[in-house]
Design a protein around this ligand. Structure first.
Ligand code: UDP
Length: 316
């Protein structure tokens, strides 16, 4: 297949490109590099199966005939989507519609990367796909949550009204190599802090929970969903739920760090609990995550260590 990946220079986009190429597809990646980085694609230089275009998908575009579109483009970490508030709303709306137009034009399938943030601060636990969510439409996180919710509506409209073969994945917290070391996420922040011997920043009391999925597990689920006949949203994530304090403890163990904890204020509308119910993915895709948090952190260690070395070198 000839495949378009938007957001190809991002954390998930670049891992998806790698896997598609390994499976024998040819890939065209696009990214405006607002949060992604060419470093994530540097190892593909000279790979004849891959081409890259730097472009903003919010402008209408055409890359020629493709068989499938993976729409992965969006700022995704809270500090980044707060910094890029309007851009985040635009990529969820105009950008996603441009990707859908390409799929409609060429009769291609399209998978849209949605998010557990569609559930907001959930009142149902664990979250099933038929839960409509508890989202503050005007809070700081709304730029991301509502963009992603609008994008889901848009994808379903192109499926229902234009017959596009669409897939919606609601991605829960995912981590691994290439998670940007300074994009403010809990795993990247704490791994970097632990390896630098700095205090680990815990927001609030650290008793809020998240469920962390290793990137290879997530990519496998995404590919299975893209080949399925399912058009309604499917949760993908690891249902092992950890408090942020437990996560910090695992990071201290894996990095063998003696860093202390430093408690900081909880950001507004920070969800208190988040855990996917993945029964649908299990049933429809035969998918279940294989990598535990400690295994995944260990697999990510080399990447964060290299980032720490680079940071120390620039600090002189
Ligand atoms: N968090 C933290 N310390 C950090 C970064 C994040 O305690 O240095 C907390 C954050 O408040 C949230 C959780 O960790 O409760 C996950 O945050 P992240 O930004 O990784 O993703 P989110 O699930 O909020 O989108």
């Amino acid at each position: 297949m000839h495949v378009l990946v938007t957001g190809a220079a991002g954390f998930l986009g670049s891992h998806l490109v790698d896997r598609l190429l390994a499976d024998g597809h040819t890939v065209i990646g696009v990214d405006n590099l607002s949060t992604g980085t060419l470093e994530n694609l540097a190892h593909l230089t000279g790979n004849s199966g891959f081409t890259f275009q730097e472009r903003d998908i919010c402008q209408p575009f055409d890359v020629g005939r493709v068989d499938y579109v993976f729409n992965m483009a969006s700022p995704a970490s809270p500090p980044e989507y707060l910094r890029l508030a309007i851009e985040t709303l635009r990529v969820g709306s105009a950008g996603t519609e441009n990707a859908l137009q390409i799929a409609a034009r060429y009769g291609a399938g399209l998978l849209h990367a949605s998010t557990s943030e569609c559930y907001g601060d959930p009142q149902v636990h664990p979250q099933t796909e038929d839960y409509w969510g508890n989202v503050n439409p005007v809070g700081p996180r709304s730029v991301y949550d509502e963009a992603k919710r609008y994008a889901e509506a848009l994808v379903m409209a192109y499926h229902r009204s234009r017959g596009v073969n669409t897939h919606l994945v609601r991605i829960f917290n995912t981590y691994g190599p290439r998670l940007h070391p300074s994009d403010g996420r809990v795993i990247s922040n704490l791994m970097m802090q632990a390896l630098l011997g700095e205090p680990l920043t815990i927001y609030g009391d650290g008793k809020q929970t998240r469920s962390f999925c290793y990137v290879d597990d997530l990519i496998e689920g995404i590919l299975r969903l893209s080949r399925s006949a399912e058009h309604m949203p499917v949760n993908l994530g690891n249902p092992d739920e950890y408090t942020i304090l437990e996560c910090a403890k695992a990071i201290l163990e894996v990095t063998k760090s003696r860093s202390e904890l430093r408690f900081e204020p909880l950001p507004q509308d920070d969800p208190t609990r988040r855990c996917p119910n993945i029964a649908r993915a299990e049933k429809l895709l035969g998918w279940i995550p294989q990598v535990s948090l400690r295994e995944g952190l260990t697999k990510s260690l080399d990447f964060f260590q290299s980032k720490v070395q680079a940071q120390l070198a620039t600090r002189g």
